[in-house]
Design a protein around this ligand. Structure first.
Ligand code: NDP
Length: 332
């Protein structure tokens, strides 16, 4: 049946301005790294995306190599755009990235060369059936390519109308500063940085967030749930359909599920319960507690996870005691 978005889709979501730009992002965004390749039924993918958009999640994040196989998440997303979301294109912020290995030979192995970055963007647009993406990222810093070349390629993407904004992912604070300065020569602002950030991985705190604040660059935190570890899902054993048991699930190492880690997760779960929310909701609220974090970029294997996660917005505030207690059980 033709999709009609929920009338009240903007009633509960919060939107935060991305750095010093005019663009607002939802406090929760949805990433298509897992669960949108050819191994997940299209009906499941459709339900997750519809649920997200109906709850005010206006930002979907992709990359050239999301799948499996590589490229398939963009192809499947393109089909769902065509079938469901075409009338809503101007209500959506769609991003993609280039940086990791993608196609055979010296020009598809990732990095930041002009040759790879711009060819990859063209391929992504074709797979998704889009004229432009809202945000195009350099997915990783490439020490083998002069940063000037990557900056010029990102600026070209904007000048050619193939991307409205550009971002970088997982760059250090120093390289972020360098990139912002290089882009400045083209009058292209560095809109956003996409780093890993969650209670168990706090590398952004300190230098990177300070740099982003100074530069006026937004921050979208990926793996805010530590790929599912910061939810209650592993507390009663490993569910058969959990990420660790799926193709590509080795990104979440079994070793993370050690008895000691799970004991800490249990303690965190108890704190969340006292706050009247689930552990997933508390983990998301925790990432969003710093105003410089524009959005928490979640993944989901089913629609009900999206619904639960959006519930985080009901209780974002923390007392100092709660934060201190969280630090006791969740450190890097
Ligand atoms: P999360 O940390 O949000 O983990 C998502 C996973 O956690 C889900 O797939 C699901 O796992 C589980 N989960 C989510 N909600 C719940 C819930 N309420 N209860 C129980 N389990 C839950 O993020 P991801 O690791 O998926 O990454 C999110 C996005 O970040 C990616 O899609 C991508 O867009 C981006 N990213 C970017 C990277 C980069 O280099 N720039 C690297 C990695 C991610 P399960 O399948 O087990 O149900």
């Amino acid at each position: 049946m033709a999709y009609e978005a929920a009338q009240n889709r903007y009633s509960d979501m919060q939107y935060r301005t991305c750095g010093r730009s005019g663009l607002k992002l939802p406090a929760l965004s949805l990433g298509l790294w897992h669960n949108f390749g050819d191994t997940t039924p299209l009906a499941t993918q459709r339900e997750i995306l519809r649920t997200a958009f109906d709850l005010g999640i206006t930002h979907f994040d992709l990359a050239n190599n999301y799948g499996p196989p590589y490229g398939s998440a963009e192809t499947n997303f393109g089909r769902l755009i065509k079938e469901d979301f075409r009338p809503y294109r101007d209500e959506l912020v769609i991003s993609t990235k280039a940086g990791w290995d993608m196609w055979p030979g010296p020009y598809g192995q990732g990095g930041g060369s002009r040759k790879y970055v711009l060819a990859s963007l063209d391929q992504s647009l074709q797979r998704m059936g889009l004229d432009y993406v809202d945000i195009f990222y350099s997915h990783r810093f490439d020490a083998e390519t002069p940063l000037e070349e990557t900056a010029a390629a990102l600026a070209s993407a904007v000048q050619q109308g193939k991307a409205l904004y550009v971002g970088i992912s997982s760059y250090s604070a120093g390289k972020t500063r360098d990139m912002a300065q290089l882009l400045n020569d083209y009058k292209v602002p560095l809109l956003i940085h996409q780093p890993a950030y969650n209670m168990l991985n706090r590398w952004v705190e300190g230098e990177l967030l300070d740099t982003l604040g100074e530069l006026g660059t937004g921050c979208i935190a990926f793996t805010p749930l530590a790929q599912g570890l910061l939810t209650s899902k592993y507390l009663q054993g490993v569910p058969f359909d959990a990420r660790v048991n799926k193709p590509g699930g080795d990104s979440l190492a079994q070793s993370h599920l050690s008895g000691e880690n799970l004991e800490h997760v249990r303690k965190l779960d108890a704190i969340a319960q006292r706050r009247g929310q689930s552990l997933a909701q508390m983990a998301l609220a925790w990432v969003l507690r710093d105003a410089r974090v524009t959005s928490a970029l979640i993944g989901a294997s089913r629609a009900e996870q999206v619904r639960e996660n959006v519930g985080a917005l009901q209780q974002l505030a923390f007392s100092d005691d709660e934060l201190a207690e969280i630090d006791r059980y969740a450190t890097e």
